[in-house]
Structures are given as C-alpha cells and as structure tokens.
Write a protein that binds this ligand. Structure first.
Ligand code: F6P
Length: 500
C-alpha cells in the first residue's frame, strides 16, 4: 500500500500536472453540494484500499442497522434514529412536528413574543444556535438568546435585555437532569417573579410537568435521539420559531436527501463514506491527531463548535464494541474557526508548523464575495504547493538581495506544502443545503465509528466529572479548610473559599 512513507516522497502538485482529470476523478456532487477531495495525499489505489477497508468492516450491514432502528447504541440499549426525524414515517414524530407547526404559527402570527430564550447545553444548545446563526432573517425583529453556561455575567447580560412578559423561555433538555440547565431555570425564576412563558423540549415529560410546565407546552422527543443528533427534533423549536416552520421542514428534507444518498450510493461515490475514509487515512496512516473545519462564511462561524461536539463526543473512545482496548487512534481533535480571520491567526502553523492538519474548507457560492472564496482557494493551493528552497532563494536574489544573506533567510521562508484539504462548496446556504451538510458530517462520524468498531452514540466519559461535582460543590460551601482530596484539589478549593 502507498502509505505516508511512500506517498510523502511524491507531490500532490505533480499528480495534478500528470493527470488533468484529477479533479474529475476525486470530486463528487450531491444535490447542491460539491466535495472536491483531489487535494489529498491519495491515489486511485489508496481509494480502492480504503473502500476495501469499509467493506471489510461490514459497513453496509451496519448502515442498514442504523437506518432500521436496531439498538446500535448497545451500551445504552438504544437505537440511534436521528434519520427517522427527517423521513416522514413515524406517527409520533409527525405529531410532534404538527404540534410545533401550530405553536410556531401562533407565535409568529400574534407577534406578542419579542424574545426567545433557549435554556439548554451541549446538544440542546449548539445545534439550534448554529442553525439560527446560519439561516436567520436579519430583518426579523424576533430575537433569540442562548443561556447554556452558568456564568452569571452572561445570564445577567441576557436577562437585562428582556421584557419578561414578551419573552418565551424554552427549556431544552433531553434528560431534564442537567445541572447547568436546572440551575439556570432556577436563576431565571428568581430574577423574574411574574408568571413566565415556559415551554419544555424533552424526552422526560414527567419531569417537565414537575417543574411546572403545562402539558400543552411540552414538546417531546425520544431516547432513540442522541443529544448531539437532536437539532432535527423539537430541540429545533427555536430554529423553527426564528426561520419559520416551512424552512425548518426544508432543513429536514435536506438532511433526508443526504440520508438517501448515504444509504444507497456505492461507497466510491458516497460523500459521507469518502469523507470518513479520508479522515481515517490521515488519523491511522499519517498519525494526524487533529482535523480542522474552516468555514469561509460568517453565517457558518458556529459550525466548527457544533461539529466539535458531534465528532468528539461520538468518536472520542478507546474501547471497541467487545470491550477491548483499541490499538489504533480514533476520533480527531476537531477544531476550527472562520477562514479569513484564521488566516491572520493560526494559519502560520498550518503552513509551516510540525503538525499535519487535514482541513475541510466550507464555502458558499451564492451571496459570497470574490475575496472570501478566492482566499479559501488560494490557501488550499498554498497548502498543497508550498514553496521550495530553490524558488525562495531565486526570488530573494532576483529582488537584489546578496547571495549570502539570501541563503540565511531562505530556510525560514520555505513552505513544505503537500498538505491535504477538502473543499466542500455549497451552491447556496439554504435550509435544505445546511440540513444536507450537517447530515453529511453525522454520517461521516458514523462510518468512522463503525470502521473503528466503537459505539459513537454513548458518552460515558462525561459522567465521571458530573459525579465528582456534587461532593465538591458541597465542599465549596463550607468555611473550614478542605483536606480530604489530593493536595492540588484541596489547594484550589481553599483558594476559592478564601477569595470568593
Ligand atoms: O454532558 C454531555 C451531555 O450529556 C450531552 O451529550 C448532551 O447534549 C448535554 O449533556 C445536555 O444534556 P440534556 O439535553 O439532557 O440536558
């Protein structure tokens, strides 16, 4: 197999010169989304081998299990049926969408509500905020705020802007047991003494009734929907309120179109499968530890953060389905930020640093501008081509620099190049296309999880911190010196108690 050791001696830029059809061969279009993966350290042979890997991992049967609602989240004995939220078949899902539609219509028609406040964290926050940021109508007078963190500074900032009588508070929590969310509801109730307009979006309707939300204001979802896969459910209520139900349904349709593609396209022409295999190629063959998502669109500036939860909470695992410790690396450290701004911040490391960072550039054609698109394209080109020592030296000497000085400076100006990137180009940032884009990444994460033979749908790793929080919280309220923990924890607790 052509691994890094053999491929690193070859130049991607040479492959383009040798094969004028490279773009055609290594690009795919699904609906309005173009994936150009030609600037990767891959040959046709590498793709064949990666597709074999997918076949050897029994991927097709695993995909069928996902779509048919088998309990593939076996550690929690649950299905992972986020795809059912967008396929128009399940009567409970349809009923909830109808309930949402009625509610959204009423709020948008009556125009009595001026502010929507989403109280939720993680999957009950990141999706709605990202989608609203991407699709909101800048002319709309309806405002949406997100309270997720328990930091008083932010909560006060939001609450100070509100007229409680014209505010709609959406409690969004799958479990309704999340400390941050419960604490924020309490804070809001303490701040405003009048009766507030609360609705709850939850898979625990009993708890919603207990905390005083009326039944007709409870929007259910189900334990077969993972928090980080829940923006398609009633968790998307703030989205539907902000962009209208029709557009929210378009968003679901776009995701469904990507589901269909994923379920039926041959692996070699399957966008989520290709994206997943490329990720595996770099993580497992090139020891890349991170993956950057860089949107060149202001409206998509929350996408990296959203995908960070989707990917890292899913595939941040080291134990396989049989309980054995894996011998290979799994999910990447996913990070990213807006492109143009990033160029003036972290791109230096991408071009000349010691880490190999595969990048997904996300671009939008309609409504964009030439500088934005041109910048992304030139960065992808610079990452691929780099600049050799000889070229740098010739350039310096041509500018009149004495040879000795040019030789001293040249090594600092060499750009190694041969750095991989994908370009994901959307024709337009419509609800449909955004739905398809998110579903693309959801399925990419699934494919990687299946090939690594892990369960992408649980998140036991976040539980221990939650367990340890309760006794620490208790300790923070005592006045005596804390001594029962390790010296670091004791020292920090005592520092806080002294200074609070
Ligand atoms: O702590 C992680 C997590 O469980 C996420 O998976 C989830 O999206 C988030 O907390 C919020 O959970 P809930 O919606 O139940 O409040």
């Amino acid at each position: 197999m052509k691994t890094f050791n053999t491929l690193q001696d070859e130049r991607m830029s040479d492959w383009f010169k040798e094969d004028p059809k490279r773009f055609e061969k290594f690009s795919l279009t699904v609906g309005d989304i173009l994936l150009d993966y030609s600037k990767n350290l891959i040959t046709e042979e590498s793709i064949e081998q990666l597709v074999d890997l997918a076949n050897d991992s029994d991927l097709k049967n695993k995909m069928n299990a996902l779509f048919s609602g088998e309990k593939i989240n076996f550690t929690e004995e649950r299905a992972a049926l986020h795809t059912a939220l967008r396929d128009d078949k399940n009567p409970d899902i349809t009923a909830t969408l109808q309930k949402m539609e009625k509610f959204v219509h009423k709020i948008r028609e009556e125009k009595e509500i001026t502010d929507i406040i989403n109280i939720g964290i993680g999957g009950s926050h990141l999706g709605p905020e990202m989608v609203i940021q991407a699709l909101r109508d800048p002319k709309s007078s309806l405002r949406c705020h997100f309270i997720s963190n328990v930091d008083n500074t932010h909560i006060d900032e939001v609450l100070n802007q509100l007229n409680p009588d014209t505010s709609l508070f959406i409690i969004s929590s799958k479990t309704l047991s999340t400390l941050e969310t419960l604490s924020n509801i309490k804070k809001i109730r303490e701040r405003f003494t009048q009766k507030l307009n609360f609705v709850a979006v939850t898979a625990n309707p009993k708890k919603a009734l207990e905390i005083g939300v009326s039944e007709d204001h409870i929007f259910p979802f189900w334990d077969f929907v993972g928090g980080r896969y829940s923006v398609w459910s009633a968790v998307g209520l703030p989205v539907a309120l902000m962009i209208g139900m029709d557009k929210f349904l378009e968003f679901l349709k776009g995701a469904n179109a990507m589901d269909q593609h994923f379920h039926t396209a041959p692996f070699k022409r399957n966008m989520p499968v290709i994206l997943a295999l490329l990720g595996i190629w770099y993580i497992n063959r090139f020891d890349a530890t991170t993956q950057a998502i860089i949107p060149y669109s202001d409206r998509l500036n929350l996408l990296p953060m959203y995908l960070q939860q989707a990917d890292m909470e899913s595939n941040g695992k080291t134990v396989d389905r049989e309980g054995n410790t894996l011998q290979t690396a799994t999910g990447p450290i996913l990070w990213g930020a807006q492109g143009i701004n990033g160029q003036h911040a972290f791109y230096q490391l991408l071009h000349q640093g010691s880490h190999l960072v595969p990048i997904d550039f996300i671009l939008v054609a309609e409504g964009s501008n030439d500088i934005l698109v041109g910048s992304a394209l030139s960065q992808a080109q610079a990452l691929m081509e780099g600049k050799s020592y000889d070229d740098v030296l010739a350039e310096l000497m041509a500018s009149g620099m004495p040879e000795e000085k040019a030789k001293q400076l040249a090594p600092h100006k060499v750009i190694p190049g041969n750095k991989p990137s994908n370009i994901i180009f959307l024709k337009a940032l419509t609800p449909f296309n955004l739905g398809a884009l998110i579903a693309l990444y959801e399925h990419k994460i699934f494919v990687q999880g299946m090939i690594w033979n892990i369960n992408p749908y649980d998140q036991w790793g976040v539980e221990l911190g939650k367990q340890l929080l309760t006794p620490i919280l208790k300790e923070l309220t005592t006045t005596t010196s804390t001594t029962q923990y390790d010296s670091s924890t004791n020292g920090l607790i005592n520092f806080y108690k002294k200074n609070t």
